[in-house]
Ligand binder design. Structure first.
Ligand SMILES: Cc1cc2nc3c(=O)[nH]c(=O)nc-3n(C[C@H](O)[C@H](O)[C@H](O)COP(=O)(O)OP(=O)(O)OC[C@H]3O[C@@H](n4cnc5c(N)ncnc54)[C@H](O)[C@@H]3O)c2cc1C
Length: 470
């Protein structure tokens, strides 16, 4: 796939941003933009999963609410239309780090809420008639090097200690390879709580459902600033959206707004996709249940199998750009995409001649402490859901329900989660931010390379590990 501009016209070719947008089944024609200032009850910035789930649950709770979603491009333009298709109960922070900071009960509550969120995505999609290819095949977190095995055992122990082992199973090499045949796989943890989806169909379908419920989505309308306090509003060059509550759901792109800019940074995650494999190739590989697959490398790899029989291989090798810059041209990074394609050939040697039909990528939102935020301040009239650090597909559904509960004043177990009202400290100003993030990104690569060369797991004492410990 080439660039993002449609032939001759200035309109962006949105289908070129990802395989998911290309195959979501609608024309991606932008909805009309805002045309002058308006007054509503709730004004939401961003038509990704977070903004749309928030609108959805608000309108379900109270159909009399007027809800406007303001989107710079089109619904699903961001990470929601580009991701790795893992609808995962995985959370950016590990169970043990949540337990250390918030206690066992809260850590367990987060994990349980995440399991529920995966099922809720499937349940609502079905109830609303969205064909999102939701398949609950579970996940495999695999070890391909001996040093990765102890992490699997200790993760298993954490699940057991917290009474959450029902969903998980430690697999030896034979058991793991019976599910998916991967070169060098030594073992895995299987977790039955994960589903795969068609991300584009979910986000585009959700936008239509929100409209059906009475919400309005203004596309091609950039929010350039906002006001909180007595008169909350989203400001755009096409007018203001004044509201009782404004909701910021722009994830990585919030880094471009002055008032919240340093709260999270855009980190690019990139994906490559193979052509559909033949029946003979699948017979060799297995992967019948369509589990999501990933290892526990610092540099992150994530795989899924599409409904039409392709392998998606994603990873985070692309560099952070100075000043939290976000540009279409960063969606493709030659060396990282080449590395991902090489990984496909290494993990699946029988695919040495496979063709790759798509490459794409996009920014995800990294907070300083890897902890998502779901918050509402009634005095300021400001709510936000953000900072998923790469696991936002199910988490954004949880956010939508949390924000709807908070805004409509409904008490629930999920509004007690430690993500609620959480504040991550800001990232450093430039140039320190760029120096620090690039140091960490390079450090992660070196840690993986060294561990793979020596067979010894990182010991947690390097500067990079200490800097990123939460
Ligand atoms: C390549 C990639 C792979 C990923 N893989 C997975 C995965 O497999 N599983 C998983 O759980 N998570 C994954 N994630 C993360 C997940 O996709 C996101 O966390 C989730 O989609 C975030 O949803 P969101 O609605 O908060 O943000 P987004 O989907 O990014 O939506 C934000 C929206 O706000 C709009 N916007 C931003 N600024 C403005 C503005 N100023 N004015 C108006 N509109 C604005 C944007 O155009 C965008 O449409 C991945 C992310 C990426 C980039």
């Amino acid at each position: 796939m080439g660039g993002h501009m449609g032939g001759g016209s200035q309109m962006k070719d949105y289908a070129a941003y990802s395989f998911w947008l290309e195959t979501c089944g609608d024309s991606l024609t932008p909805r009309p933009p805002l045309d002058g200032s308006i007054d509503v009850d709730i004004a939401i910035l961003g038509a990704g999963y977070s903004g749309l789930w928030t609108a959805y649950y608000l309108l379900k709770r109270d159909p009399t609410l007027s809800v406007a979603v303001v989107e710079k491009e089109i619904a699903g333009f961001g990470a929601s239309g580009r991701n790795g298709a893992w609808c995962t109960p995985g959370f950016p922070r590990s169970l043990s780090s949540l337990e250390e900071q918030y206690g066992r009960v809260a850590a367990r509550a987060v994990q349980t809420a995440m399991y529920d969120a995966v099922d809720e995505v499937g349940r609502v999609a079905e109830a609303e008639g969205l064909d999102i290819q939701w398949t609950k095949g579970g996940s495999l977190r695999i070890a391909r090097h001996p040093h990765q095995l102890p992490a699997l055992t200790s993760a298993m122990k954490n699940y057991e200690r917290m009474g959450l082992a029902d969903h998980v199973q430690l697999l030896d090499a034979k058991q793991a390879n019976e599910r998916v045949t991967i070169a060098g796989m030594l073992g895995a943890i299987y977790n039955s709580g994960t589903a795969t989806i068609h991300p584009g169909r979910l986000v585009r379908g959700l936008a239509r459902v929100v409209e059906r419920l009475g919400g309005t989505i203004y596309e091609q309308t950039e929010v350039t600033d906002y006001t909180t306090g007595a008169h909350p509003a989203l400001h755009t060059p096409r007018g203001d959206v004044r509201a009782r509550t404004i909701v910021l759901c722009g994830e990585a792109y919030l880094s471009q707004l002055k008032k919240v800019g340093r709260n999270l940074i855009p980190v690019y995650s990139l994906i490559t996709l193979t052509e559909p494999l033949s029946a003979a190739q699948w017979a060799e590989i297995g992967w019948e249940a369509r589990e999501t697959v990933g290892s526990n490398r610092y540099t992150v790899d994530y795989l899924s199998k599409t409904a039409d029989g392709r392998i998606l291989f994603g990873g985070r090798g692309a560099p952070y750009h100075f000043g939290s810059s976000i540009k279409d041209e960063y969606d493709r990074h030659g060396p990282t995409h080449a590395m991902l394609q090489e990984n496909v050939r290494t993990w699946f040697p029988m695919l040495k001649d496979v063709k790759f039909t798509h490459t794409w990528g996009g920014p995800l939102g990294w907070p300083r402490d890897f902890m998502p935020t779901m918050s509402y301040d009634p005095i300021e009239g400001l709510a936000t859901a953000r900072a998923y650090t790469g696991t936002g597909v199910a988490t954004a559904n949880l956010s939508g329900r949390v924000l709807a509960d908070l805004i409509t004043g409904q008490d629930s177990e999920i509004v007690q989660l430690p993500t609620v009202g959480h504040r991550s400290r800001n990232w450093e100003p430039e140039p320190f931010r760029w120096l620090g993030v690039r140091y960490v990104q390079r450090g992660f690569m070196k840690l993986d390379q060294k561990a793979e060369a020596t067979g010894i797991a990182p010991n947690g004492k390097s500067l990079v590990e200490r800097l990123t410990k939460h």
